[in-house]
Design a protein around this ligand. Structure first.
Ligand code: PMP
Length: 457
């Protein structure tokens, strides 16, 4: 470890952070939940300017560890689109990573009832309400077939905190994490915050964005500790076939790796695609596997902030200690709502899935009509991830976008449609479009993009 920090400045942002900074400007929100933060006035003219410490040496104001976190471009795009909309602009937003449906009524009613229960006005166990942990174990067993009990469950503030706490509980400084890329924008930051090193395993549209064992093996080193797996995948919509899940799981087991598998989109699969849970198809892996999940996507509950991890006892125990010192229990009213969701059946997700499937097909066919755009069929989640590489470097309305970030900015500026550039997910040359929006808006938005891109020189 290291060089003296006295007198030194924080390192420059990483490449993709700075690319996005150019696109979104210095006033973009600092994190995924920062629609509010972006509305606040800046507190200082130069928020990153160093300050002299008590001994006169210069120190950075914000710690290097936290100061180097790249902001999430996904919500930054969404926040920018919403701000334009609030200003009266007819913006269509393909940026959001959340269902456009309201939370089902029976879940909301359970939350209202929970508000009136005095026991929920108090602290409850850090690991989660016992009845919710039971329900999570039962639902997991029912849905994916993974054998687990309440003691294997830690309830978290969304699946996001489960990812963060899993990384914090497993990684020592310098440990490497195999990260199929394009990745969900939060993964590398949680890995770095835990002192780990994300190792991109880059996949392409030609293979439907599926990483093979050979690709993982090519990035294996003595420092590799975790293989991070996400199927259905955000941002690509890729769903790994059961055989490939088993092959990757067996390989991870042979190499002595941990697997963190994010199953938050497990119920959003289309056509013949099937979601299988890695520790179910490779049961021996369960002792070295953390499953991440939550109610956000399945039950249209992104704002309620309830997720969980299912992990071996020592990991649950370590993560619970961390959790107890950082957030204590997840809000009880939200936990009561999640309990109602998990015990209330899956009818509502079936309705949402039908709508998403219809929009998915519409979006993909419209994107494929654009010359030069390659859009593999997404089989899960609610995103399409077209490759736009061949459109870059060409003249369009007096500009010449050379990166997908520049192209996304041009699309927003010229036709008021918000899409997320691939840089946010580790791959330049792509765009992510969420199809969790009304059918009419979807058609209008893609029609505008089609019109704009038809002018390409
Ligand atoms: N995993 C993936 C792959 C996601 O896309 C998201 C949300 N965008 C999450 C986890 C976290 O969801 P939440 O924290 O809202 O439960």
């Amino acid at each position: 470890m290291g060089k003296p920090i006295k007198g030194s400045l924080p390192p420059p942002s990483r490449v993709y952070g700075s690319a996005l900074q150019r696109v979104h400007g210095p006033d973009r929100p600092p994190c995924e939940h920062s629609g509010m933060a972006s509305a606040e006035p800046a507190r200082t003219a130069h928020p990153t300017a160093p300050l002299p410490g008590p001994d006169g040496t210069v120190r950075s104001r914000v710690s290097r560890r936290v100061g180097s976190i790249a902001p999430s471009a996904t919500l930054a795009v969404d926040a920018r689109a919403k701000a334009l909309k609030a200003a009266g602009r007819p913006v269509i937003g393909f940026g959001a990573g959340e269902p456009d449906f309201a939370t089902p009524e029976h879940i909301v009613e359970a939350a209202v009832a929970a508000c009136k229960e005095p026991r929920f006005h108090r602290y409850t166990p850090a690991a989660g309400l016992p009845e919710l942990r039971e329900a999570i174990a039962a639902a997991t067993q029912r849905n994916s077939g993974l054998a687990c009990t309440a003691a294997d469950v830690l309830v978290t503030n969304g699946g996001k905190q489960a990812v963060y706490e899993a990384m914090a509980a497993l990684l020592d400084p310098g440990d490497e994490v195999l990260l199929p890329t394009p990745y969900w924008t939060t993964y590398p930051e949680t890995i770095r915050l835990a002192g780990g090193v994300p190792v991109d395993v880059v996949t392409e549209e030609s293979t439907g964005y599926l990483a093979s064992v050979e690709q993982f093996a090519a990035h294996l080193t003595p420092r590799t500790k975790i293989l991070l797996f996400c199927s259905p995948c955000n941002p690509t919509g890729a769903v790994y076939p059961p055989d490939q899940v088993a092959e990757i799981g067996r390989w991870a087991l042979e190499q002595g790796l941990w697997v963190v598998t994010d199953e938050i989109y497990e119920h959003l699969v289309y056509g013949d695609a099937q979601h299988v849970s890695m520790p179910v198809v490779v049961p021996e892996l369960a002792e070295r596997c953390v499953v991440v999940n939550g109610v956000a996507k399945t039950f249209a509950m992104t704002g309620w902030r309830v997720g969980w991890m299912i992990a071996p006892r020592d990991v649950v125990s370590a993560a619970t200690n961390l959790h107890s010192h950082s957030t204590s229990n997840v809000a009880n009213v939200s936990q009561a709502a999640a309990l109602a969701a998990l015990t209330g059946g899956l009818d509502d997700v079936v309705t949402m899935r039908v709508a998403f499937d219809r929009r998915r097909q519409l979006m993909v066919s419209m994107l494929r009509e654009i010359p030069g755009v390659a859009c593999p069929e997404p089989h899960g989640a609610f995103y399409a991830y077209p490759c736009v590489r061949t459109l870059l470097g060409r003249e369009l309305r007096g500009r010449r976008p050379t990166t997908s970030a520049e192209l996304a900015t041009l699309i927003l500026d010229e036709v008021e449609v918000a899409v997320v550039p691939g840089e946010a997910f580790g791959t330049d040359g792509y765009l992510r479009l969420s199809y969790a929006l009304a059918d009419d808006d979807l058609v209008e938005g893609i029609t505008r993009i089609q019109g704009l891109l038809s002018e390409l020189g």
